[in-house]
Write a protein that binds this ligand. Sequence first.
Ligand code: ARG
Length: 459
Amino acid sequence: MKKLWGGRFTKSAEEWVDEFGASISFDQNLVEEDIQGSLAHVNMLGHCGILTIDEVKQIKNGLEKLLQRAKNNELTFSVQYEDIHLNIEKMLIEEIGPVGGKLHTGRSRNDQVATDMHLYLRKEVKEILGLIRDFQKVLIEKAEKHVETILPGYTHLQRAQPISFAHHLLAYFWMLQRDYERFFESIKRINISPLGAGALAGTTFPIDRSYTAQLLEFDGIYENSLDAVSDRDFILEFLSHASILMTHLSRFSEEIILWSSREFQFIELDDAFATGSSMMPQKKNPDMAELIRGKTGRVYGNLIGLFTVLKGLPLTYNKDLQEDKEGMFDTVTTIKGSLKIFTKMVETMTVHEEVMEKATKDDFSNATELADYLVTKGMPFREAHEVVGKLVLHCIQEGKYLLDLPLSTYKEASDLFAEDIYNVLQPRTVVARRNSAGGTGFEQVRKQLIKAKEIVDSR
Ligand code: ARG
């Protein structure tokens, strides 16, 4: 089968070699962007007098028909034509005749493919921003219900100090806010047009790159044609931001898995987000959270994969760059799916407030409070730490908690203790009093919620 670029060749490759080199199996994802790019290009060729008005009209009609068919999933692609660009060009020529061959005037697949990917990521990043916002809204709604729900906060996965559950949920809100900002800021580097850079060096035709950039709603053009066709930083950046986002989702997954275990029982997932075991009838497994934790690995892999493709690659276009696509598509699918699942999973989970609160009582997470108490009465913190440490040891030996000890025991440890320690030691008081900015005190958490709401309402 003769290739569109077959002029200087005396024989064609065997089919299996063609198959190895082809990208159509995956770059057909770019079909709409490819046609949109071509429409802008042909409009520009007309505008600059490079093609006649009639030629432009015929080509545009053909492209628009193909675009409609693409939207209806009616196009059939062929490995023979290697990639999306040549498949579309071939279809155009079939549709409108040899004049279709004029579309590629002053253009190369190198600037074309880069343009397609810039358009594709712009569209996807905007959708991802919306999905992050949806998740943030659910976190806010959940947090609003649980400002006064208390649970142990952990360090080293050991109970440390009691905190508000809303405070814990909002920690994820802020992580997602940074993700939002990273993706948002990256749009300014995605939204630059490589179109018109040609194969690498520009073209002899009097094209107008700003014109196509405007038609495609890009904010500007690459200033250097070599950079335009070989830059994949915008994809690296996307994969990096996606990796950080997945890190957040993976950490949250881990907590959801722990919390829904029999050992914690802090939450119960809705049946729709859990699965049973084929053998053990009692099981309810947090599969979706586990899967998201697992999928984080493939997103990291996609990032490292592209870094490795780019490392040491000489300017400008090299076929290695065809390997930039699958990891990008896979990452888009993975993070969109993970965000959607997470949003619903959190929205529908049941929070066992009593179990959380009980965990703050069967525990020494109020010990810092006791040390702080002595400090406010004048004892140096180091000494107070020692006094309370001894009391905790005493409790452990006696099988008791701090609230169980009689005042006489406290007095023996230090005469600074008085009756009011029993109120101070209540986990709820402990949380409420952590009222420093950004702390878990209920008042601070309410302030935090107001800020979070302002952010999601602002755009
Ligand atoms: N399928 C190719 C890719 O994805 C398109 C660009 C081909 N350019 C070339 N000079 N072979 O990278």
